[in-house]
Structure formats: C-alpha cells, structure tokens
Design a protein around this ligand. Structure first.
Ligand code: NAD
Length: 282
C-alpha cells in the first residue's frame, strides 16, 4: 500500500471521474490486492509444467534463522558481523576465524525445523512440478523438508560440511564442532594442517562455475519462476530472474521488501512467506 502514489488514490476516489486505470505498475496493483494476486499466482503454478524456485535467507526466518539484510538481519543489527562472512578477513586473521567458529557452534541451523514455506516447496516436488530449486541458503532446510538433493542447487554451499582451504578435504561439520567443544578454537585440517572453513561460499570467494551454470540453465528452462525471501542483491544468482523472464517464464517475487527486480516481475507479493506459499503452491 505504501508504495502506491497517493495521486493514484485521489484519481480513483474522485467523484464523477472516469474510472481510468491509473499509472500503477502491475506489481503495485498486486501489493494493493494481495489476495486477488495470490489466486492468480496459484493458477499460474497449476498451469505450469516446470516451476523453478529461487530461495534466499528470508524463507528460513520463520524457522528462527535470521537473514542478513532484512530489518532483523544479522548485518542490519551488527555491520561488523559481515567480516565473518568475508574470505579475506577469514584467511588473514585467526581472531576472525575463532569468532566465526564460535558463531557456527551456536548457529540456529542446528535446531531449526523446516517451516510451512519449505514444506510447500517440498510438496511441489512430490507432485512432479518442481523443475529445480535454486537456493542461496546454506542451512539444509529444503532437504530436511523433503526436497531431494538432486533437485536442490546450493549456489552458496552448505554449513553441514567443512572444507580445507589448502588440500580441499571435506568432512561433516559435526566432527569439527565436537573439536571446538573439546577446546580447539581454530581447528586445522587433520590431513594437512590447513585452514578449515564451513563449506559455504564467503564474500570474495569464487563460486563454483558448474553450479552457477546449472542454476542459470534451469532458470532459462522454467515456465514459472518464483523468487522467495531474497533481496536479490547477490550476483550472479540474482541474474537468474532476468534469465527466466527473457526465456518467457512468468516471474513471481515473494518478499517482504522491494527488490531491484520487482519492475520485471509479473507479480510481486510483499507478504509473509510461510502462509503465502502454502496457498500458492497447492
Ligand atoms: P537477504 O538477507 O539479503 O534478504 C532476505 C530478504 O527476505 C529480505 O529482503 C527480507 O525482507 C525478506 N524476508 C525475511 N523474512 C521474510 C518473511 N518471513 N516473509 C517475507 N519476506 C521475508 O538474503 P539473501 O538475498 O538470501 O542474501 C543473503 C546471503 O546470505 C545469501 O547468500 C545466503 O546464502 C546467506 N544467508 C543464508 C541464510 C540461511 O541459510 N538461512 C541466512 C542468512 C544469510
């Protein structure tokens, strides 16, 4: 409602005025009438044969995992916390690594359960409609909800594993957390002594080209593309939205705050994710 220009409302309410469609872009109308739009999006999903979903941190906030940039986001509340996700600080500074490991130890992902949003996407796969699930999330909640590992494209890695930055060895996060609990504060690789890190892509770190290529290919194959709980500020994956649009998909954005891609979306729903997905992805 807030994003509709007051002039438009004056025009609608003007007595005796011809009811012309005001200069409101489609997504602004959608925000004004979310219920009507939810029905429309549900019909698009019902007709679609290849739904591709892109999720961000916002889908997991209802499971108790804060996002980064939302109003209660980790970086919104503490800008210094951004350093813990930056590979340059992580590799150069043992103190940053110690803080990062302490943050991992108490990460809400260990206790989190999938919410109605995750469950609705898992249901879409069970019904054979989900072509791909691209996620920027590292929390593993889509798989916990029942999405198959083959369907989930984790473009920013996973917090459930660790990787050695020297020899590339990977192992379960659980074992490293046990080492922390038994007194190590910056546990090195047991094979080569290199720096260990969660198997996630930090800022400043290279993405895995094959994973990004698969995500972009999937986006281009969608007939309905839904971006959920992402500020769409992290590239290159934010570009999947235009990729899908240019290939002819209907594009839907479900996010509490505006994104840079709202202008090309067929529908924008600024609504809480869990209960909305339960209505859209039937
Ligand atoms: P972001 O923090 O930039 O944006 C999240 C968006 O979700 C915000 O615009 C916010 O308004 C919206 N949102 C939050 N809760 C919502 C709700 N219940 N209903 C509707 N909208 C809601 O997240 P991003 O775009 O994913 O980028 C952040 C990066 O941080 C990603 O790379 C991601 O890997 C990582 N991250 C992951 C997790 C996780 O795995 N759960 C958590 C934090 C950050």
């Amino acid at each position: 409602m807030a994003s509709v220009k007051p002039d438009c409302f004056r025009m609608w309410r003007g007595a005796g005025m011809k009811m012309e469609t005001p200069t409101v872009r489609p997504q602004e109308r959608d925000i004004v009438q979310p219920d009507a739009m939810i029905g429309k999006v549900r019909a698009w999903v019902a007709q679609a044969r290849r739904v591709v979903v892109l999720t961000g941190a916002g889908i997991s906030t209802e499971s108790g995992i804060p996002d980064f940039r939302g109003p209660q986001g980790v970086w919104t509340r503490d800008p210094e916390a951004e350093k813990l996700s930056d590979i340059r600080y992580y590799m150069a500074d043992a103190e940053i690594r110690k803080k990062a490991w302490q943050a991992r130890l108490v990460h809400p992902a260990w206790e989190a359960r999938p919410n109605a949003g995750h469950e609705a996407i898992a249901g879409l796969e069970r019904r054979g409609k989900l072509h791909a699930l691209i996620t920027q999330n590292i929390d593993g909640l889509h798989q916990k909800a029942g999405n198959s590992p083959e369907c989930v494209i984790e473009v920013h890695g996973t917090v459930l594993k660790v990787v050695c930055m020297s020899c590339g060895w990977k192992g379960p996060m659980q074992e490293t957390l046990i080492r922390l609990l038994t007194g190590e504060d910056d546990p090195p690789c047991t094979l080569c002594g290199g720096i260990l890190k969660s198997d996630t892509i930090s800022f400043g770190q290279n993405l895995v080209p094959e994973v990004i290529a698969r995500a972009m290919r999937s986006a281009a194959e969608a007939d309905c593309f839904i971006a959920i709980g992402t500020s769409l500020q992290v590239y290159p994956i934010a570009g999947a939205v235009s990729e899908a649009k240019e290939a002819g998909a209907r594009v839907v954005i479900v996010n509490a705050e505006p994104t840079p891609f709202d202008g090309i979306a067929d529908a924008v729903l600024r609504v809480p994710i869990g209960k909305t997905l339960a209505r859209i992805l039937l």
